[in-house]
Design a protein around this ligand. Structure first.
Ligand SMILES: [Zn+2]
Length: 90
């Protein structure tokens, strides 16, 4: 099975980044549509890195450094949140 490692990383970090952003910015919408829009924007701004899964657990096996580190993923999510909050589609 082939998975986009970046997508797994964004999925994994999205809630954490979203919750922290919403705590600092009251009124931030975290509805399912906004979350998906943020994820799509973040993924479009990040590289794609396909990895072959073996017994699961590929997420921890692949070094985050390969994608520019956690900071790059967090920045892409934050950028997506700001775009979606300015122009929500829900
Ligand atoms: Zn919303």
């Amino acid at each position: 099975m082939i998975k986009n490692y970046i997508e797994l990383a964004v999925e994994d970090m999205l809630d954490d980044v979203f919750i922290k952003y919403a705590a600092k910015n009251p009124g931030t919408c975290t509805c399912p549509r906004c979350r998906l829009d943020v994820m799509a924007i973040a993924l479009n701004n990040l590289p794609t890195r396909y990895v072959v899964t073996d017994e699961g657990g590929i997420y921890t096996k692949v070094a985050m450094e390969q994608v520019g580190g956690r900071a790059q993923v967090v920045a892409a999510i934050l950028n997506g949140i700001q775009i979606v909050q300015k122009n929500p589609r829900h």
